[in-house]
Design a protein around this ligand. Structure first.
Ligand code: PMV
Length: 334
């Protein structure tokens, strides 16, 4: 099955129907995995080898608007600034939109307004594709369910299927070849005191995309065969920690999960290392603070930046250590 067929399966009789509105817009929060998605069983449909679990980043994310235009090609804007169609960012959006063009000539203008750095491992593609999927749903008037939107968002970027909700979200890997059982759902846990701190070490574009890094890891790392077991264990631990609000268990499991993911990358051939000296320095700082009794843990995605996990009660101490840390609360306006 390809992306086109997947879109057809979801849209059913609405496939190939004209947009009912002149434009559509939507916001989607960014998300950070506490138990990571690393490795695809299907490259075309972004089907994962394992399930994963994330927390959304409140008001940090993407607001996307889309409209039909009279042009021979799409017009892509990032934060109101035009992006060349040859650019990777624009190319990914255009490719994602292809299954939804009712005629080959249908072109769109898309503006993604993001309040997080693009391409730096702060899940910009996750919120971008989730917001675009919701905006498309509004433009075409599809009235899709959250599950269906999650499946469509996954076609843009795997982790985007988790960005349709606020709070904690789990993406079930599924087993079907067509991916119709591979989507995310919102978990009913609440943790108002939980804080995330973004330590932006660099907003430079990643040296290797997460897709290529996953491919290389799955194909060459001898450690990768341990990854599914690690995830199965960590998912149980994290859900249990969320249930009983055991912060230490949550933090320890999330940090070790991220380190295990990076260990599979380090043992790939050629090796993949997203960390910079500053990343390592901050890791040591986190471990040092923990030894001094502070409840702080980190997680890291496909980039050099660290995301800290801590509780509101320790906010001042964290801010004293890292003055430029960006604090995320789970709360959101909508
Ligand atoms: O959705 P992608 O292809 O950008 O991959 C995301 C991979 C990680 O951010 C490293 C892990 C995750 O689960 O979000």
């Amino acid at each position: 099955m390809n992306k086109n067929e997947a879109a057809k399966t979801i849209l059913k009789t609405q496939y190939n129907q004209q947009p009912i509105n002149e434009n559509g817009e939507a916001f989607a929060p960014s998300n950070i995995a506490l138990c990571k998605y690393w490795g695809k069983r299907n490259l075309e449909l972004n089907l994962p080898i394992t399930s994963s679990l994330s927390i959304s980043l409140g008001d940090k994310g993407a607001h996307t608007s889309i409209e039909v235009i009279d042009s021979h090609q799409d017009k892509i804007y990032l934060n109101n600034i035009p992006v060349a169609n040859t650019d990777k960012f624009a190319h990914r959006i255009t490719k994602f939109l292809d299954p939804f063009r009712t005629t080959k000539k249908l072109a769109f203008a898309i503006n993604t307004k993001s309040n997080i750095p693009i391409g730096s491992g702060v899940a910009s593609s996750a919120c971008g594709f989730a917001a675009l999927t919701k905006a498309l749903n509004n433009l075409f008037g599809w009235n899709l369910t959250d599950t269906e939107l999650s499946i469509l968002a996954r076609l843009g970027s795997g982790s985007a299927c988790r960005s349709l909700w606020h709070g904690f979200v789990k993406w079930e890997a599924g087993i079907q070849d067509d991916g119709m059982d591979s989507y995310a759902t919102k978990l009913n846990y609440n943790w108002p005191d939980l804080r995330i701190g973004l330590l932006l070490i660099s907003d430079a574009t990643k040296p290797i995309s997460s897709t290529n890094a996953m491919l290389r890891t799955v194909n060459t790392s001898s450690f990768y065969k341990l990854w599914p077991q690690q995830v199965a264990h960590d998912l149980v631990q994290i859900e249990h920690a969320l249930q009983i609000k055991d912060f230490q268990k949550l933090g320890e499991t999330a940090e070790l999960n991220a380190l295990a993911m990076h260990a599979t990358m380090l043992t790939s051939n050629p090796p993949i290392l997203y960390s910079t000296p500053k990343t390592i320095e901050y890791m040591h700082k986190v471990w040092q603070l923990r030894q001094q009794g502070l409840g702080v843990y980190f997680t890291q995605d496909a980039g050099p930046n660290l995301k800290l996990l801590f509780l509101e009660q320790d906010l001042k101490k964290i801010q004293n250590t890292w003055q430029d840390i960006i604090i995320i609360t789970n709360e959101h306006k909508s």
